[in-house]
Design a binder for this molecule. Sequence first.
Ligand SMILES: [Zn+2]
Length: 326
Amino acid sequence: MLSLAAPRLVVLGGFALVAVASTATASPEPAGVAERRADRRAAAPALVTPPPEAAEADAPPIDDATPDEPAPLSTGWPWRGRLANAVQLTPSAHVHLVDADVPNGRHWGTAALVGLVERVGAHVAAHAPGARLQVGELSGPGGGNIPGHRSHENGRDVDLAFYFVDDETGEHVDLPRFANVSRSGTARVNDRVVRFDLERNWRLLEALATDEETPVQHAFVSRSLRQKLLRAGQRLGASPELVARVERIMIPPGVRHPHQNHFHVRVYCPADDTSEGCRDRGPYWPWMPSAHPWQARVVPLPGYPPREATQTTNVARRGSRTRSAG
Ligand SMILES: [Zn+2]
């Protein structure tokens, strides 16, 4: 399988993610599960450079719910929708909330989106120790319209500010607010000159493009940064397949929102919410997990034949609308 944290993330109880060390023994699981997982890993070549030692082992668990707590539910469209039983994203070693001081912070999403944010933050930090993902708004606790956004209504959108480093020391910089990147690749943050870090921002994109738990539909960003990032990926040795994936999801937005200071990331409806009124509009990428109902809508792209039905993923299919704590 292609998942970044594949060796360390185990699906338990159908939905809960538990971070374990790669050498640790997971909780008891039905006979054959480990073998099937190993088969999947063997079947699909890794798209992403494995991070250095001690990688994502400390990615926080995203689900500490009690067994009977209702699962999050995303309904409607990202631009006209609602969110129930939302999960709140909280700061961590790898996640910094850029708008943490905004009253009634809007850091609520589906478990799928919050889990994605935490995993991609951990992935970048594994390549660049000390780096923290700079997260803007997700959705309000119940979804619906929020000021300043045309979407962000049902827990499937998140704004991710860029990774910047101090121009002189190269140290990671937490942002007090989003910062526009100049043509020279710098920005000014509290009288400090900071530099758009191509490698860290590329690592973020590769993590978004290959996450198997939460397929990503888009990462909107300005056209000029898009080109620089694709070249950075090639310089860093990304495979042509990975570069092509990132190129597809990294769509330049319309003129009104040049996205010169953040990636606007959208994920597809969680698999279980598709029958409950969650709505998506394409494109549907061929690398979507084969267990996801939207897989049926995939239009093949050159180089991306439809995945075989036997190539399952660990997108959980729950039998009921409750989640188990594993
Ligand atoms: Zn946005």
